[in-house]
Design a protein around this ligand. Structure first.
Ligand code: HEC
Length: 130
């Protein structure tokens, strides 16, 4: 197994395991957050809507769900660092930063504290991949 592959397997396992034992960071919690914050643009079940693309084909496109990239992107929204490129009225996502932080192991030297709401949304997006 290559080093890089091993590292991503470890990262993926850690995120999955943490989310699994914390109900506030799992897909059910993520689904609620999605309904409150994202469904208006991305549609029911993330299948695409008036203001945003289908989010169920990310894994298909990337050849596997890019957990870390999605986590980083959502964390960026929460911190006000990333914006949706084409969106005119991107709502403030800073409340995703509230609530508890949890440690996510993203590989050697790359673990960090992430809001559990961001972890939950990532787990939800992973659960809706076709
Ligand atoms: C105001 C409309 C709007 C809202 C609200 C919104 N999005 Fe988006 N989203 C977009 C648009 C437009 C794109 C495509 C352009 C881009 O990538 O910036 C996008 C792209 C994305 C992508 C990248 C998709 C890909 O194929 O890689 C992710 C992931 C995503 N959004 C997640 C979310 C989540 C999670 C929420 C709620 C917390 C959310 N978005 C709320 C409009 C929105």
């Amino acid at each position: 197994m290559t080093r890089r592959l091993l590292r991503s397997v470890l990262a993926v396992t850690a995120l999955g395991a943490l989310a699994a034992c914390n109900p506030f960071a799992g897909p059910a919690a993520g689904s609620r957050l999605f309904s409150e914050n994202c469904v208006g643009c991305h549609g029911d079940g993330g299948q695409g809507g008036p203001g945003g693309p289908d989010l169920t084909g990310i894994a298909e496109r990337e050849g596997g769900f890019p957990r870390r990239a999605v986590l980083d992107r959502l964390d960026g929204y929460a911190r006000g660092l990333t914006v949706h490129v084409d969106s005119e009225a991107m709502p403030d996502m800073s409340h995703l930063m509230t609530g508890r932080l949890m440690h996510v192991d993203l590989g050697p030297g790359a673990g960090r504290m992430v809001p559990e709401r961001v972890v939950a949304l990532t787990a939800y997006l992973e659960s809706i991949q076709r």
